[in-house]
Design a protein around this ligand. Structure first.
Ligand SMILES: Cc1ncc(COP(=O)(O)O)c(C=O)c1O
Length: 372
């Protein structure tokens, strides 16, 4: 398999850079704070927890709580994974065979096309375009479909642009897939975060289409990436079972403490999501001001979901040189588009964390020092 450029970039910088300004997850919680939220039953589960193997599909009570996020689905339609990444791996290795054709929207999280490619599939990448406000182009998807197309792969709210798919667009995409019996893999890891009144997010794909797989996770909106708890929701129980057979070759089952902690978080989702969405909304306002003040250098299509955005850099030196200098001189981490193999002078900026204003101050200081 090819090197996962984004993960390799983060491996190099994420734990050494002081100011992380490209994170894709919301503010995390201290474990003690989360445990203190636990009500009677969850507290008992936590206190009496033993560290044996857990159920391969996921704790039944956890699957039940996850299913509550998907109208029309129940626990049997949920398979838990070690993070979203394992879900991508198990789903796409299960679904895709060498003779298949796959359509993927790019730029994207690399495993979304790398796993089908490693299985030998023929991949058509459809690039989102800034001129189209990074929105999905259903005509382009339609023209890419072939009789051998097995799966269409999308990610909304989108990493790295923060753009969304509307309910109407999602239904249009589902119509294209349903008419041809094509699977729809919908990476929805940024759902429940960054929604604005003016741009409501679509419902989860798995609630709308029997052959849709909705990928979810505790990492992003809940800010609990260290739990490594993700899942796939799908109405098709046969594919849930087949993915479980693949999971038997990777993690086998989830971490026991993480399952209970996830249950506690899901029981308090209103409180947790309200806190994180407030941070995102406040940070977005600061970014509006910052990008407006530096319009000669930066420009973006304002994100409508999640906690990342894709900023165009107008400096003559190019975005890779800019990001490299910024980390070296000011200890601030951005993520250039080259990490996504995407052409153009763009970088990903993250605004899910409470220290974003401090990171922005450092970026400002760097620009002052460079006199730009
Ligand atoms: C679009 C997308 N999908 C999947 C993942 C993987 O999520 P996790 O780290 O929870 O496995 C990420 C992580 O950044 C992501 O951005």
């Amino acid at each position: 398999m090819n090197v996962f450029k984004l993960e390799e970039y983060l491996t190099k910088h994420e734990f050494t850079a002081k100011y992380l300004l490209c994170c894709s997850d919301a503010q995390s919680f201290a474990m003690a704070e989360l445990v203190s939220m636990a009500g009677g039953k969850d507290k008992e589960l936590w206190d009496k927890l033993t560290l044996g193997y857990t159920e391969p599909y996921g704790h039944p009570a956890l699957r039940q709580r996850i299913a509550a996020l998907y109208p029309g689905l129940s626990a049997e339609h949920i398979l838990c994974f070690a993070g979203a990444q394992e879900g991508i791996f198990c789903a796409l290795t299960t679904l895709i065979e060498p003779q298949d054709h796959v359509v993927v929207i790019t730029p994207c999280y690399q495993s979304l096309f790398e796993v089908p490619r490693a299985k030998g599939a023929d991949i058509t990448q459809i690039a989102l375009r800034e001129e189209n406000a990074w929105r999905i182009d259903l005509d382009a998807v339609k023209s890419a479909l072939r009789p051998t197309t097995k799966c269409v792969i999308v990610n909304f709210p989108h990493n790295p642009t923060g753009q969304i798919i509307t309910e109407e667009e999602l239904k249009g995409l589902i119509d294209l897939c349903a008419a041809r019996g094509i699977w729809l893999f919908c990476d929805e890891v940024y759902r429940l975060l960054g929604q604005t009144d003016s741009a409501p997010h679509a419902p989860p794909a798995a609630s709308l289409y029997d052959k849709a797989l909705s990928l979810g996770v505790m990492s992003k909106a809940f800010g609990m990436a260290g739990l490594r708890v993700g899942w796939i929701a799908c109405k098709n129980k046969d594919i849930i079972h087949k993915m479980k057979l693949m999971k038997d070759y990777v993690s086998i089952c989830n971490s026991a403490p993480s399952e209970i902690l996830s249950m506690i978080a899901l029981d308090h989702k209103e409180t947790i999501l309200a806190r994180n969405n407030k941070i995102v909304a406040q940070n977005l306002k600061l970014l509006d001001i910052f990008l407006g003040d530096h319009a000669h250098l930066f420009e973006w299509v304002r994100p409508q979901g999640g906690c990342v955005g894709f900023v165009k850099y107008k400096g003559k030196d190019g975005v890779d040189a800019f990001c490299a200098r910024l980390i070296e001189k000011q200890n601030v981490l951005l993520m250039p588009a080259s990490v996504y193999d995407f052409p153009g002078n763009y970088f990903r900026i993250g605004f899910g964390r409470v220290n974003m204003p401090a990171c922005l101050e450092q970026l400002h200081a760097f620009l002052e020092a460079e006199h730009v």
